[in-house]
Ligand binder design. Structure first.
Ligand SMILES: *Cc1c(COP(=O)(O)O)cnc(C)c1O
Length: 358
């Protein structure tokens, strides 16, 4: 907070939020342990990039540590400080790698571990003095990583490789590419000296022991995502966005709701205005795909369009509900992805800042 904001909150107590993101810490611990167990002899790390997929490093990383996670993965160097509040920097791997000398300087000063993704990154790291690093080898996704043909390069031979990695492109499908990538990675593992090898993301863990090597890198499934049916009974929901009803309204037949008046009441109905909108991550597609909110078990269908800060729901199934009561977004990710038209990854990462401001 800047000085003016601190001044204001010292003058007046900040009123309570009318929306929040409930994080089920026990479910998070359960999910890491389930993924670690499913990794067989390999140990599970934790991909905590993008602020723990949008759920917040502050609430998630301590739980993952308590569960037993030891390897943490972020994408950007600027993600290191938040994670390093909880974890020794030497256990944080930075997947984008050292793109310039300032990245290298930051790595050397903090001890965060660079993932080397190219021969030029390898040279940059070696010129600065080298030391423990991770190496990404591309086996078909064509995103980051040296190509297998570069494995014999002298610069790669000089690296002190802690984690030798590759990344699966199609682990959430039954694609022949999975086996092809696994075989290609096995050849790399035999060729490049390293301490530990790592291939599988969440979905990769479900592909079985042949994919797990020494360390696995689950992200999505830690936070409740189910990328393959094998994980359906193992993974629990972690995130639940909740919001208060800020106003009740009574509609008469013919009354319309929201921008562009896309909903028209066919008879009298009681509706509620909920303090949650697309700025918070309840994207407009929720309304188009038959979306609803929940009051306990009762379904509250979304009426009309989602606004930036509000959405209107039908309260027919929850006659007892009052202004100020809280409702939840059904956020079991597999199911919610269908209702929103988003991927399970997007479901998590779109959650807005206002949900997390408490
Ligand atoms: C994001 C990421 C992961 C985690 O993937 P999930 O599908 O979320 O489990 C693992 N490895 C790398 C290199 C990643 O970028």
């Amino acid at each position: 907070m800047d000085r003016r904001a601190i001044f204001l909150t010292s003058m007046a107590k900040l009123p309570p939020a009318s929306l929040r993101l409930a994080i089920d810490r026990d479910a998070l611990v359960h999910n890491w342990r389930a993924l670690d167990r499913l990794s067989g002899p390999a140990s599970a790390g934790a991909a905590v990039k993008a602020d723990c997929y949008g759920l917040g490093v502050k609430s998630c990383v301590p739980a993952l540590l308590e569960a037993g996670a030891r390897h943490f993965f972020v994408a950007h160097w600027r993600e290191v400080p938040a994670v390093a509040c909880h974890v020794p920097a030497g256990r944080i791997s930075v997947l984008h790698g050292p793109m310039n000398d300032l990245d290298v300087a930051f790595a050397r000063q903090t001890g965060a571990v660079p993932t080397i993704n190219s021969l030029s990154q390898a040279q940059r790291w070696l010129e600065a003095g080298g030391g423990p690093c991770d190496l990404m080898v591309d086996t078909g996704i064509n995103r980051l990583g040296i190509s297998p043909s570069e494995a014999g390069d002298p610069a790669i031979g000089q690296l002190e490789i802690r984690l030798l990695m590759s990344h699966l492109a199609c682990a959430d499908e039954d694609s022949e590419m999975n086996l092809r990538q696994q075989r290609a990675f096995r050849e790399i593992v035999a060729q490049i000296p390293h301490r530990h090898a790592s291939l599988a993301n969440s979905a990769g863990i479900a592909l079985g022991a042949d994919y797990c090597f020494d360390v696995t890198r689950p992200g999505l499934s830690l936070f409740g995502g189910v990328p393959r049916h094998e994980l359906a009974n193992e993974i629990r929901q972690v995130a639940r966005p909740e919001a208060a009803i800020v106003q009740l309204r009574q509609l008469a037949a013919g009354d319309q709701v929201g921008y562009n008046a896309t909903f028209t009441a066919s008879g009298p109905m009681r509706v509620g205005v909920v303090s949650l909108g697309y700025a918070d991550g309840l994207l407009c597609s929720w309304a188009r795909h038959g979306g609803y909110l929940l009051a306990g078990e009762a379904r509250l269908p979304i009426l009309g369009k989602v606004s930036m800060d509000m959405v209107v729901v039908d309260l027919a199934e929850a006659p007892q509900i009052r202004e100020g009561d809280w409702v939840a977004v059904p956020y079991a990710l597999c199911h919610a992805a269908q209702h929103s038209g988003l991927s399970q990854y997007e479901m998590l990462t779109v959650l807005g800042q206002r949900l997390k401001s408490d």
